[in-house]
Design a protein around this ligand. Structure first.
Ligand code: AMP
Ligand code: TRP
Length: 325
């Protein structure tokens, strides 16, 4: 099967992103043909600084590689380096109902946030995403819940185009992140861990040992004393147990037993040590890759070349069906 997914180059990657998304991508690449994109054109729809954009793109490529995405197995590339994405976006614009765009939840939220200077890119964002997916005859799109609506719209656009002009696009399926991998905020455990909250509330994939220890020891828990998994009554401890289980491979039951007679402080200390050592390979690989920028850029260049071969063929076909060539 062919898999396509993308992440915007803005914002840091936390362990929620890793456990909820990247970790699955690494698994998927074993049995599938995977294409992972750094969607820089999407990032232009929110305020950004042109001076730092290239650094952010490189950082995301490093995150992919350090997480275990293997450039021998998967294609990693930058969206703006394959111009077929913007060209197909225009063609798809002409079959997309405006009403479908204005009812997108993400658009409704962002148009409130950027009311003062709302750009058309925010409205058309899902069409660019549809082009990303449809160019590669994608079978499956692994994303978080918030992007499900955009994949639904991609399916609608593909069907409409095929109906009107003839069969060009495969209609893709969405694959939601495993529900077990919903990592909560360290400070407000009833809320999802999010990069837009304050740094104490999330663990970055590349956080240094001191930061990890500090954040875990200060993580909010309840006033009780037993280490038991109960997300409703004990959301803080339950979230820490989820993390412990995800990084140790031990079941929650086993962990409850292991820490039966132990206090919160001892449990947190053990978790902090586990996280410091589990995240060490990520920090190490990041440092190595930062020192090998030319190598990383070469991976992106080769990735774009490989992607373009597929993209070109789909775009040609779409143009032909529309009477453009
Ligand atoms: P975002 O950070 O919202 O751009 O999300 C990137 C990917 O990480 C999506 O597939 C999300 O579903 C996933 N993700 C984000 N936050 C979490 C979280 N707290 N727990 C699990 N997965 C998450
Ligand atoms: N819109 C997605 C997000 O914000 C990123 C994205 C862009 C994407 N193009 C994509 C995800 C294609 C999957 C497939 O998370």
């Amino acid at each position: 099967m062919r898999i396509f997914s993308g992440i915007q180059p803005t914002g840091i990657i936390h362990i929620g992103n890793y456990l909820g998304a990247l970790n699955q991508w690494v698994e998927l690449q074993e049995k599938n043909e995977c294409i992972f994109c750094i969607v820089d054109l999407h990032a232009l729809t929110a305020p950004f600084d042109p001076k730092t954009l290239q650094d952010l793109i490189l950082e995301k490529a490093i995150v992919y590689l350090a997480s275990g995405i293997d450039p021998e197995k998967s294609i990693i590339f930058v969206q703006s380096q394959v111009k077929e994405h913007t060209e197909l976006t225009w063609l798809l614009n002409t079959v997309t109902p405006v009403g479908d765009l204005t009812r997108m939840t993400q658009y409704k939220e962002k148009s409130k946030k950027f009311k003062a200077n709302l750009n058309a890119g925010l409205l058309n964002y899902p069409i660019l995403m549809a082009a990303d997916i449809l160019l590669y005859q994608t079978d499956v799109v692994p994303v978080g819940e918030d992007q499900e609506q955009h994949v639904e719209l991609t399916r609608t656009i593909a069907r409409k185009f095929n109906q009107k002009f003839g069969q060009v696009f495969k209609v893709p399926e969405v694959k939601l992140s495993k529900s077990g991998a919903r990592i909560m905020s360290l400070q407000e455990p009833a809320k999802k861990m999010s990069k837009t909250d304050k740094p104490e509330s999330y663990l970055g994939l590349f956080d240094e040992p001191e930061e990890i220890k500090g954040k875990i020891m200060r993580a909010v828990t309840d006033t009780g004393r037993v280490i038991k998994y109960n997300p409703k009554a004990k959301p803080g401890i339950s979230n820490l147990l989820t993390l412990y289980s995800a990084f140790s491979g031990k079941s929650i039951k086993e962990l409850e037993k292991k820490f039966k007679k132990k206090g919160y402080a001892e449990f947190k200390k053990s978790l902090a040590e586990l996280l410091v050592s589990s995240l060490e390979p990520f920090r190490r690989k990041r440092k190595e890759l930062l020192a090998r920028e030319v190598y990383v850029q070469e991976i992106l260049k080769q990735g774009a070349k490989r992607a373009q071969v597929i993209a070109q063929s789909t775009l040609e076909n779409a143009k032909k069906k529309m009477g453009l060539t």
